[in-house]
Design a protein around this ligand. Structure first.
Ligand SMILES: Nc1ncnc2c1ncn2[C@@H]1O[C@H](COP(=O)(O)OP(=O)(O)O)[C@@H](O)[C@H]1O
Ligand SMILES: [Mg+2]
Length: 321
């Protein structure tokens, strides 16, 4: 459904995305996951035809995004980083305006507006002026405008950013409801968002894809590794001491008291680590095993230092910080 081949975008001499390749099948819900600045919005602007790449190809339903822009725009509903809302219009008038812009046949406009108002639970505010709506409702209007042409593909750029926890939960519910009737690609820097809504993930870091697979497979990449989170009472630099324990692969310190220790899952080093911490006089506040496999993989691919080069996935040194 979505096909991206060797896609590269340079802004001046800065490479925002570097030779991306991925395919998204019909019905998939894919999370484009990466820290800020990874290149998520750039990728989305290109596959929706809003920006041209420096090189490479993007196709939607077999149509090249730049050779057949009209065909592609008909197939896609896009929620950009900043939705292009006309604040002085009512919700309903705005949706009609977008439907007309997108050349929805006039016989279908009314039906499509009703459907997208219903799906995004905006029926009660249809006559309200957009300016007066809360941020959560404005975001729903953004999604409603993406839906109003009844597109096969939905491209949602950080759909929950800036919302409060209740609104986040509502938007996630909405995305789950849209599953099945649309192929969806959404971007996020929040890992739990991908786990809550997607069946596949593409992890992007500094403009490159560092992993892409089903959530299950990505979690399996971490097999053989265990991460321990350590908190000490006193600020003593014990990184070197921890690294010397046999079986420990890497230690990273986020501050003087907090460490992330990566080790092989074949060795249970909890006792050894606790003993060394106590011996050093740093004092033990917490030593817990990380329970979230996907989080381990994500951290390792985007922030980690201890990547094992023997592992068979698309990780190279140059993509790591
Ligand atoms: N219009 C632009 N001009 C120059 N650099 C840009 C522009 N837009 C984005 N960038 C840079 O490209 C990189 C990727 O940005 P972006 O695609 O917005 O990332 P993300 O959406 O993952 O946060 C960043 O380093 C960003 O600073
Ligand atoms: Mg972005």
């Amino acid at each position: 459904m979505i096909e991206v081949l060797n896609l590269t975008k340079n802004y001046g001499d800065r490479t925002a995305i570097d030779n991306l390749n991925f395919k998204i099948e019909k019905g998939d819900v894919v999370g484009l996951l990466g820290p800020n600045g990874a290149g998520k919005s750039t990728t989305m602007k290109i596959i929706t035809g809003f920006m041209s790449p420096t090189s490479g190809v993007a196709r939607i339903g077999g149509f090249d995004v730049f050779e057949s822009p009209l065909e592609v725009k008909k197939k896609i509903g896009y929620l950009p980083e900043t939705p292009p809302l006309y604040l002085d219009m009512t919700v309903e008038d705005y949706l009609r305006y977008v439907a007309e812009l997108k050349l929805v046949p006039s016989a279908e406009i009314k039906k499509n507006i009703e459907k997208s108002l219903l799906k995004t639970q905006l029926l009660s505010v249809r006559k309200r002026v957009i300016r007066n709506l809360s941020k959560g409702f404005k975001q729903r209007v953004g999604i409603a405008q993406a839906l109003v042409s009844n597109p096969e593909v939905l491209v949602l750029d950080e759909p929950t950013v800036g919302l409060d926890p209740k609104q986040v939960a509502e938007i996630r519910e909405l995305i789950k409801e849209l599953k099945g009737s649309h192929t969806i690609i959404l971007s996020t820097h929040i890992l739990s968002e991908v786990q809550a809504t997607c069946n596949k993930v593409i992890i992007i870091h500094q403009g490159k894809i560092v992993a892409q697979d089903s959530i299950d497979q990505i979690e399996k990449m971490n097999q053989g590794f265990v991460t321990l989170n350590l908190k000490t009472r006193a600020a003593k630099n014990i990184k070197l001491i921890l690294e010397k324990i046999e079986g420990v692969k890497s230690v990273s310190a986020s501050d003087d008291l907090t460490y992330v220790i990566e080790m092989s899952d074949r060795a249970d080093l909890t006792d050894d680590i606790a003993a060394e911490v106590l011996k050093s006089g740093a004092g033990l506040v917490e030593l817990v095993r990380s329970k979230n496999q996907l989080e381990d993989v994500f951290l390792r691919l985007t922030y980690g230092q201890g990547v094992n080069q023997q592992e068979n996935h698309q990780v190279t040194n140059e993509v790591l910080v």
